[in-house]
Ligand binder design. Structure first.
Ligand SMILES: N[C@@H](CCC(=O)N[C@@H](CS)C(=O)NCC(=O)O)C(=O)O
Length: 198
C-alpha cells in the first residue's frame, strides 16, 4: 500500500493531486512540519530525512523529493500514461523538466524571494529572468509542458505557477497563466484540495 506523508496546504497536496490523477489506492498520513513562523515541530512519524513533506512509503520503500516521487509513481503505474516511459523519445524531456523543477525552477524563485543574486559559475540554477524564457519556450509547444499530453511534470509546474499567479515574484505572462489555470481546472486537483485537510 502507498502511504503519503502529508501536511495540509503544503507541497504534499500536489502529490494527492498526482495520486488522484493516477486513480490508485493510497492512504494519507498527516504529519506535523516546522513552519517559517516557528510553529510546528519535527514529527517522528515522518520518515523524510529532514522531516519535510511530501514523502511516500510504498510497502516500506521510502521516496522523498517531489520530482522523485512523481517519477517513481508514473514509472510504477505506466498504464496510467502520466509520464513517458524508458524507450519513449519523450522520456528525455520528462526527466529534464522534473529535475529542472527542484534544481533550477524552485531555487530561482527562492533566490528572488530572498533578494539574493544568483552567482553565475557557482550556483547550479539561474535567475527567474533566465528561467522564464526557457519555460515559455517549452510551454509554447503546449497545451502541456511536454506537449499534447498531461504529465506528472504538469502537476509540479502547473500547481506552483497557479499558486504564484498573484505574486510579484512571477513575471506576468498570459501563456503561463492559461497553462496554470488549465492544470488546476482538472477534477483531480479539486479532489486533492478537498482531501488535503487543514
Ligand atoms: N524539495 C522538497 C521540498 C519539500 C518542502 O520543503 N516541504 C515543506 C512544506 S511545503 C516542508 O516540509 N517544510 C518543513 C521543513 O522545512 O522542515 C520537495 O519538493 O519535495
Amino acid at each position: 500500500m502507498l502511504t503519503l506523508y502529508h501536511h495540509p496546504k503544503s507541497r504534499s497536496t500536489r502529490m494527492i493531486f498526482l495520486l488522484e490523477e493516477l486513480g490508485v489506492p493510497y492512504t494519507v498520513k498527516e504529519v506535523d512540519i516546522r513552519r517559517r513562523d516557528g510553529s510546528g515541530a519535527l514529527d517522528p512519524a515522518n520518515p523524510h530525512p529532514h522531516g519535510k513533506v511530501p514523502a511516500i512509503s510504498d510497502d516500506g520503500v521510502l521516496v522523498f523529493e517531489s520530482p522523485a516521487i512523481a517519477l517513481y509513481l508514473t514509472d510504477k503505474f505506466p498504464e496510467r500514461r502520466l509520464g513517458p516511459q524508458v524507450g519513449d523519445p519523450g522520456r528525455g524531456a520528462y526527466l529534464s523538466w522534473l529535475c529542472y523543477y527542484s534544481g533550477v525552477f524552485e531555487p530561482a524563485f527562492v533566490s528572488k524571494f530572498m533578494n539574493s543574486e544568483v552567482p553565475r559559475g557557482t550556483a547550479g540554477w539561474v535567475a527567474v529572468e533566465e528561467v522564464m524564457p526557457a519555460l515559455l519556450a517549452q510551454l509554447s509547444h503546449g497545451p502541456y509542458l511536454l506537449g499534447e499530453s498531461f504529465s506528472a511534470a504538469d502537476v509540479l509546474y502547473g500547481s506552483a505557477l497557479a499558486m504564484f499567479s498573484k505574486s510579484p515574484l512571477l513575471p506576468k505572462s498570459a501563456l503561463v497563466e492559461e497553462y496554470a489555470q488549465r492544470v488546476v481546472a482538472r477534477p483531480a486537483y479539486a479532489r486533492a484540495v478537498a482531501r488535503q485537510g487543514g
